[in-house]
Design a protein around this ligand. Sequence first.
Ligand code: ADP
Ligand code: ZN
Ligand code: ZN
Length: 736
Amino acid sequence: MPEPPLILRVAVPSPLRRVFDYLPPKKCQITDWPVGIRLRVPFGRTRMIGVLVGVATQSDIPRDRLKAVIEVLDHEPLLPKDILALLEWSSGYYHHPLGEVIETALPVALRQGRPAEIRGESTWGLTGTGRQGDVATLQHAPRQAGLIQALREAAAGLKAEQLDRTFQAWRPAMSRLVEKGWVELVQAPCLGREEAARESPPRLNADQAAAVTAVTETLGSYQAFVLDGITGSGKTEVYLALAEQVLAGGGQVLVLVPEIGLAPQIVARFQQRFALPIAVLHSGLSDQERLCAWLMARSGEAPIVIGTRSAVFTPLLTPGLIIVDEEHDPSFKQQEGFRYSARDIAVIRARNHRIPIVLGTATPSLESTYNIQQARYRQLRLTRRAGSAQLPRISLLDVRGQTLHGGLSAPLLKAMEAHLVRGEQVLLFLNRRGYAPTLLCHECGWVADCKRCDAHLILHRRRQRLCCHHCGAERPVERQCPACGSADLVSVGQGTERVESVLRERFPSIGIARVDRDTTRRKGSLQNLLDGIQDGTSQLLIGTQMLAKGHHFPNVTLVGILEAEQGLYSSDFRAGERMAQLIMQVAGRAGRAEQPGQVLVQTHHPDHPLLWSLIQGDYPGIAGALLEERRQAELPPCSAMALLRAEAAQEVPAMHFLEQVRDEALALKIRGAQILGPVPAPMERRAGRYRVQLLMQAGKRQALHRLLDQLLPLIEKLPSARKVRWSLDVDPVDTY
Ligand code: ADP
Ligand code: ZN
Ligand code: ZN
């Protein structure tokens, strides 16, 4: 009896929530089909690159309708089993098609089918000492002696691949030899590395030492920690001390940062401390660089791996520790396509590997605060600023009824002047989320709106254009009010640009750096601005969220916060949390060195309890109160939430689709799951399309997943689904 044909199950990057069956290529000699290899397959009228995720002997599709694989792109699995398992888990949790999830995890070069190899591979070779040294001194380290022997016989040095063939677990021994100066690694071109570590570690203070001990004790097992310490309290030093231990044991360290802008800083700290290759993974790299870094992480040649969101999926040979810096940052959540949280997946990954994970932050997310309360995560606190720096003093400036100059009150301007005269730096922070200058008619109150969105247009003075920040529409600034004909059009609200122009007039001799999305669009421009701030060329810094994140400005002694209360009246349930985090983060920029800092918060609501807690610096108090509100309102993290968004050119089809989804969902009668809506999205129109949403919530996460598991196949069959664009967001970070 002939053997049944082998069926290859392939995950293809397609929006369909299933894998596809193929036959092996015709006249194929391959008998062994490891999962994790790439295959080029026919798909509809095109060809696609998919990843083999399983083999079977049967398919639901009749055999004569199955197509054959066109080409086998890898002979060894590109994705190791642990990563494939993590991707499958993520696909299930976020209810997103596996093929697209896998695509997210692959560097672009590999998605395009390029070979998984790098030009200029790493090679280990002997140093002078290595060539002449007495091998007898290595008699207690037989592995090291063996490696030296092998290297002495290989004039051109040895590559990882060659070493793998002869030696098992040779990497720790090789690292020892590198440390001793017998061996050097001629590394791949993509890896950053200093010649020698230039910096020796400081003596850790008691809090830091306790944190390091607590994590060290769990090495080799899973535990999640929240390293909760104000800015400047020495969290990065704790990461470095932990990394040292893990690296010494031959483990790799994966560090995730929320934004590409924060990567160089943390990379530099690791470089100064360790003379080891570092693989850096973020969107600012060329495809080739990214591929190289990814492969170096996978092979273990880069013991330290630092990256943004998607780096959470980087394969590692010997994972030892995961660090997530600024864990509260919403940038860890992808907001389109595969809407995953890199922080949450990092926790799952640590659990799978049985290694510890450290979530560092000055302002723990309510999710982490909740997990600490539930004893799922352990809290480690750093209560003092490292070195001599003191905490800044925060006070409120009541601006009700005051004349403002470019949004700045007289007391704030006076304080700024005092600090500037002393040669110190001043930072002004604007919360730009949902906020910017618009054109207003002083006669009748008309406001310039976008014709395609429910949004005010934003005035860009320099270019004299009105722009929509949601859909990108632009038009010239009106001279006359379209409603009443008055020429008295004024701009209301302060954008960073407006504040900058007011301050240039006021302080003509002071260097000003404005840091926002517009001034940092070009590659390298953020770094230029930051350099100017570090060397003192810029004394006055104006910025948005970007400036609030993790940068060190030791000479900033005054921070002014304009329009603090944006977050108090937003429709989004996380707005209060975000506002508190932002203000604490910005305040943390001040007075890091010897000078104590001062923080002035302008507000129209000086009596608001949230602001009161903030000026006492009581973030834990605020987090506790906000969490209690969430508990009472049964909102995340005290419940599980998923948002189904739909949009269409007209409102009716979008609404109709979600009404059908709601009916299907209700008919499933899942206990403990609530279906709310459909309702128009807080921003009802965007880029000319109507947006509606259906909220699904459950006290227990399992109930929500049971609902989604059963609901999604039904949604895919709905004819009304073809008339709209829809997406599912599990654990949404905002509800816009
Ligand atoms: P964070 O990451 O919490 O903002 P860092 O680790 O960057 O804090 O530390 C802030 C500053 O204090 C850095 O310049 C760092 O070198 C210094 N520092 C940290 N820990 C110590 C210590 N134990 N002794 C002396 N200086 C320290
Ligand atoms: Zn008017
Ligand atoms: Zn618009």
